[in-house]
Design a protein around this ligand. Structure first.
Ligand SMILES: Cc1cc2nc3c(=O)[nH]c(=O)nc-3n(C[C@H](O)[C@H](O)[C@H](O)COP(=O)(O)OP(=O)(O)OC[C@H]3O[C@@H](n4cnc5c(N)ncnc54)[C@H](O)[C@@H]3O)c2cc1C
Length: 429
């Protein structure tokens, strides 16, 4: 028996969940179905993230999306549902080499980019950071220079991505959104917009084809009266490319290494707080090594996004590579933060960034196909999901404009291909 719905959302990651929730909120009488290949929501890249958030972006559009999403999350917490938000801040550690670029960089941070300068002495005292590295053999090998200070952005921190998933899932279900798990879409169905002829080879181009539904792996056919929203993250092109649609995004593997905070690192976790949040900040070391404290878990998560040399491929399942930590991360980490010297991960995980051509999300409907692509989150989808969901839902409902949680009017075309209003995002971590 085919399932008939008004809107089909493919993928129950944070983007699909937020989209389904907003779709149903904006159009309560519509039947909205989310299909997900895994057994639970958030099991794709959403569950692999470091779940850090910030409002600073070099692109105004990304900043708007993040600001409104974070404001929404804060209010969810105020209403009593904890998302584990910790306002620990982001600390950009500045070395001699970067000193000259800092002012320009800070100007680019745009709205919400309030920051304060942290003297090297405080980095030494609170974070046991080694600020004078010149003269050390390791520093020479890496080409590292002395730390001249840090830039602390307070309106930032991290949260619990699983709780964000739980929030949208719970609220969407309450509104009546339906879900099917372990229900991978095998293919998208094209159908004629005009009356079908029952002829082999339909739909022909003159029949103005549309995406009329999907076939699930178990054989179930889902028929869609209005729109299908493709929110399958890095897997979306697998379903879209065969029918001539592109997401204009590509997957890049990203790895996280978990280091238990024992001994010196345990002390660091306790004393490194710079904002009164109870946690050290997310530290961005020179060469972009990220140190993300996980206080409740008693560990540090370490990440480094390599660009040149890292291929655009979808690895399944993606795995963290020991050698990547040992050779690419540890030398920089141990140099600036000697507490990590000789310390190696107790595990790790990997996922992919869904990288768009300008580093901003993409939401568009190609060829009037009744299919909406919602992706391209480029490594910051958790912190922008509420905004992206509103835009995708608005486009599916035919609106030209939606209202973000913070009240700004946002034209849906700003995330599209025509009418796109996105400067290249330069702060992708
Ligand atoms: C290592 C790492 C660190 C990150 N750190 C941060 C961070 O600090 N802050 C931040 O904001 N963002 C971060 N991100 C990015 C963030 O995780 C993503 O932007 C976000 O999760 C994307 O959500 P999504 O819903 O588009 O994709 P996903 O969560 O991947 O959801 C897509 C869903 O579609 C499902 N699916 C795929 N194919 C099919 C099919 N054929 N049928 C049915 N279902 C299907 C998948 O199973 C998946 O559940 C990080 C990502 C990684 C990998």
């Amino acid at each position: 028996m085919p399932v008939d719905v008004d809107y089909l959302v493919v993928g129950a990651g944070v983007v699909g969940l937020s989209t389904a929730y907003h779709l149903k909120l904006m159009n309560p009488n519509a039947r909205v179905l989310v299909v997900e290949k895994e057994a639970a929501p958030g099991a794709g890249d959403t569950g692999k993230s470091m779940a850090a958030f910030r409002v600073i972006f070099t692109s105004r559009i990304s900043s708007l999306l993040a600001r409104s999403t974070i404001s929404y999350y804060s209010d969810v917490e105020k209403r009593g549902f904890s998302l584990g938000m910790t306002w620990a801040g982001y600390l950009f550690v500045v070395d001699e080499e970067m000193r000259g670029h800092v002012e320009r960089g800070l100007r680019m941070l745009g709205e919400g980019g309030e920051w304060e300068w942290v003297e090297p002495g405080l980095l030494e005292e609170k974070l046991n950071m080694r600020v004078k590295v010149s003269g050390l053999e390791e520093a020479e090998i890496i080409g590292a220079s002395d730390v001249v200070g840090g830039v602390l952005v307070r309106k930032a921190g991290f949260l619990d991505a699983d709780r964000v998933v739980e929030h949208y899932f719970k609220e969407a279900r309450k509104l009546g959104v339906e879900f099917m798990f372990e229900a991978p879409v095998d293919r998208l169905n094209l159908e004629p917009r005009t009356s079908p002829l029952g002829v082999e080879g339909e739909p022909f181009p003159w029949q103005a084809p549309r995406v009329g539904g999907a076939k699930l792996a178990g054989g179930v056919e889902v028929r869609v009266r209005r729109k299908t929203v493709m929110a399958a993250g890095v897997w979306a092109n697998r379903l879209l490319n065969p029918i001539g649609i592109d997401t204009f995004t590509r997957p890049k593997k990203r790895q996280v290494f978990r280091i238990p905070a024992r001994g010196r690192l345990g002390e660091l976790l306790k004393k490194g707080d710079l904002t009164g949040s109870g946690s050290p900040p997310l530290i961005i070391l020179p060469r972009k090594v990220l140190v993300r404290p996980a206080v409740r878990e008693g560990s540090f998560w370490i990440q480094l996004s390599d660009e040149l040399g890292r291929p655009y491929t979808l690895e399944e399942p993606p795995a963290a590579e020991d050698s990547y930590y040992n050779l690419s991360i540890h030398p920089v980490l141990a140099l600036y933060m000697p507490d990590f010297e000789g310390v190696y991960p107790a595990g790790g995980w990997a996922g992919h960034y869904d990288v768009s051509f300008d580093g901003n999300p993409i939401v568009y409907e190609p060829y009037s196909s009744d299919l909406i692509v919602a992706g391209g989150t480029s490594g910051s989808g958790i912190m922008k999901a509420d905004g992206i969901g509103r835009v995708a839902a608005g486009l599916a409902l035919g609106f030209e404009e939606v209202e973000l949680y913070t009240g700004e009017k946002f034209r849906v075309s700003w995330l599209g291909l025509e009418g796109r209003l996105c400067e290249r995002e330069q702060l992708i971590l």
